[in-house]
Design a protein. Structure first.
Length: 391
């Protein structure tokens, strides 16, 4: 294998040098427990406070104490859905989410259904946009929460979050968004967008794995996540991961600082990749919204090609891509996102996700495109669908 090309940045990113430099002193120079009262603890606590301030500034929050650190986006989603549902259960037990949410959110909803909550699943159109008219239709007197992800992790479609939040608030309903894929791709302002709660994570923006955060607007109630400690204002017990949190704060600051430049670069990368792939390979469909999308995520369907075989052939050539979310990579079920936008099983089974990062080069793309052309040609030459006269 002469070259390795990573095109799975939506799954995770490497830790950038700037972030790593921020983290390193926290392992051995400032190693105190941030909850301790002595000088070592105060040093660690000030590092955590700085990270919290950086995140507050980047997302447009009013106060730093609206930021709660978690072990990642999955924990933040679990806490948001279950914590808000339990905190407002006296008003009702009806929740609205979209059909294309991350599994961490959908599975949290399933757990709530087992407790007697009622979940309405908001449909999306063929581009993955939720239907605002349908949202208004679904809201009831006992609706307590609407949760819609800002950017879909499989197809990259950007939702009209501000409009959705306004609809929820017009009916007195709390609004949460999973912004794991939006952070670093969009300018986020929780006040302007009227967001009550928002989940984010570090490892999508060149921070460490295992750290995330939940923004909860002051005045919004949420049930405690973990008992047994006074950390995170008593809401989430447990010793804080100071090195990862320090890096997260820096990663968010950088992502916010460089969002325009990075997105322009990713737009050029995406357009180059799409142009060359579609010129060299027939029967290719691009999924997601044609305009209202992030540039770093690209879902493509290659007719008459089995996605697992395609992933394997690309991996042999050193090209890393995915069939969708890494959190469901070991599942044999068809993607719920692709099903929700109307793809038949045959087409969904021919769909893979490419995702680009700020270190993706033209040489990487050229190598990956050559490998992709070769793999698709090989698989179509032995495909029963091809032999049946599809080409």
């Amino acid at each position: 294998m002469s070259k390795k090309v990573y095109l799975d940045y939506a799954s995770t990113t490497y830790v950038s040098n700037e972030v790593l430099n921020e983290m390193m002193p926290c392992f051995n120079a400032f190693y105190g427990n941030s909850n301790s009262l002595h000088s070592f603890g105060r040093e660690a606590s000030s590092i955590v406070d700085r990270a919290r301030d950086r995140i507050k500034h980047a997302i447009g929050a009013k106060k730093s104490n609206e930021i709660y650190f978690t072990s990642g986006g999955t924990e933040a989603n679990n806490w948001a859905i279950r914590g808000l549902a339990h905190a407002y259960s006296e008003k009702g037990k009806h929740i609205i989410v979209s059909e294309i949410e991350h599994k961490s959110l959908l599975d949290s909803c399933a757990a709530l259904e087992a407790e007697g909550y009622e979940i309405s699943y908001l449909p999306v159109d063929k581009h993955g946009l939720v239907k605002l008219g349908e949202l208004i239709h679904l809201i009831r007197k006992d609706t307590i929460l609407v949760s819609i992800m800002a950017v879909n992790n499989e197809i990259g479609t950007i939702q009209n979050i501000k409009a959705i939040a306004k609809i929820a608030h017009d009916y007195g309903v709390i609004f949460h968004t999973d912004a794991a894929q939006a952070l670093g791709a969009l300018k986020l302002n929780v006040e302007d967008m009227e967001i009550d709660a928002m989940s984010i994570t570090a490892h999508k923006i060149y921070g460490a794995k295992g750290v995330g955060a939940l923004y909860v607007k002051e005045g919004v109630r949420i049930e405690n996540l973990i008992y047994g400690g006074s950390q995170e204002r008593g809401k989430r017990g447990g010793t804080l991961n100071v090195p990862a949190i320090a890096g997260f704060g820096k990663a968010v600051e950088i992502a916010n600082r460089d969002v325009v430049v990075n997105q322009q670069k990713l737009r050029n990368v995406r357009e180059y990749f799409v142009k060359n792939v579609t010129e060299r390979i027939d029967y290719v469909t691009i999924n997601g919204h044609p305009l209202q999308k992030v540039n770093g995520i690209l879902s493509m369907t290659f007719e008459m090609v089995d996605k697992e075989s395609l992933l394997m052939l690309l991996d042999i050539e050193g090209v890393a891509v995915s069939a969708g979310s890494a959190c469901t990579a070991n599942s044999t079920l068809q993607s719920h996102v692709l099903k929700a936008i109307g793809l038949e099983d045959e087409m969904a089974n021919s769909t893979i996700r490419f995702s680009f990062g700020k270190n993706t080069t033209k040489a990487d793309l050229d190598y990956a495109i050559d490998a992709l052309v070769k793999a698709v040609e090989k698989l179509r030459s032995i495909s029963a669908l091809t032999k049946a006269g599809r080409r």
